[in-house]
Ligand binder design. Sequence first.
Ligand SMILES: [Cu+2]
Length: 372
Amino acid sequence: MCSRLTGMAMLMIFGLTGTQPARAEYGINFPPPAADVAQEIYDIHMLTMQISTFLLLVVFSIVIYSIYFHRKSRGYKADQHFHNTWFGNWSWVIVPALVLGVDLTIAHNADAVLKKIWDVPKGEKLMDVKVTGHQWWWEFDYLDHGIKVESRYIPKEQSGDLYLREVDNRLVLPTNTKIRFLHTSADVLHAFWVPELAFKKDAIPGYVTETWSELNREGVFRGQCAELCGTWHSRMPIVVESVSPEKFQAWVEKQQALKVAAAEEASADRTWSRNELISKGKELYNTKCGACHQANGMGLPPAFPPLNGSPLVSGPIEAHLDIVINGKPGTAMQAWSSLNDLEIASIVTYERNAWDNNTGDVVQPADVKKAR
Ligand SMILES: [Cu+2]
């Protein structure tokens, strides 16, 4: 706390002496922006800090001076005629007018920058990225490239110092490219927030809203879900990896190749062994389902039911496939139909054989295809 206060005092003092963003090194200012509009926000922040620091110094100097020199023990007699002087009369108007002038200066700047942020450039093609918030992970659809990225936090054992700040798959974006973000949510309110990109935007179920940004430097920028969205709101970090357009193109090609390979692997002609399905299924279950149903299958009742010992999971395969493929409307159990046949087959096989669920059942991709 103490070092924080010292840091803040330093920030205020240094805030007065320069306009370069070097103060970020103190670690308590905004992170250095990575987009022009973000820089403008940063500049407004610094302007405001400088004005308020200046006013603070003026006011406190007068207060401290008065307390010391005008104290009773010194025999100070209060001026009985101040209000009859010209300044005594007019200061009540002049001072508020000056303060209002300062306020309006800040407001005018802020308004101009806000307009820039909210007005997505018209008349040119922007790169489109659809950002969908889920409990509790992010889905990024690169609409122009046919790529989907699922981004989830990494557990403490693997993330070390970056706990709740690192993800398995980053949002890779090119520099010097205008990008339009389309925000929506699959369940409850979330908010996409990466300070270096300039904006914070709510993800609202049933609505699509847009923002835009243009990165001006490479780097790794970390943000968070900024709308309380349930138990693991804290497990929704966002990591943007900003790379040159050439590196981005190479990344896109690699993702597209991976997608083709996965689709080929999943094609229903192949019959998989029980062990193959279980080991694939375990990994998929732990990343995609474990947040709610837990790695040990015990869920978190009453919100999230256990799958261990669940009559549905050890009952007919059709009903099990049905809830996984179609979800259960009105609950947190979403439809997982975007997973391919092999993925669903392995997860379902795993659930039917994991923990105490020794059904011995094997579900093949062909069964999933039929159930869709
Ligand atoms: Cu969230």
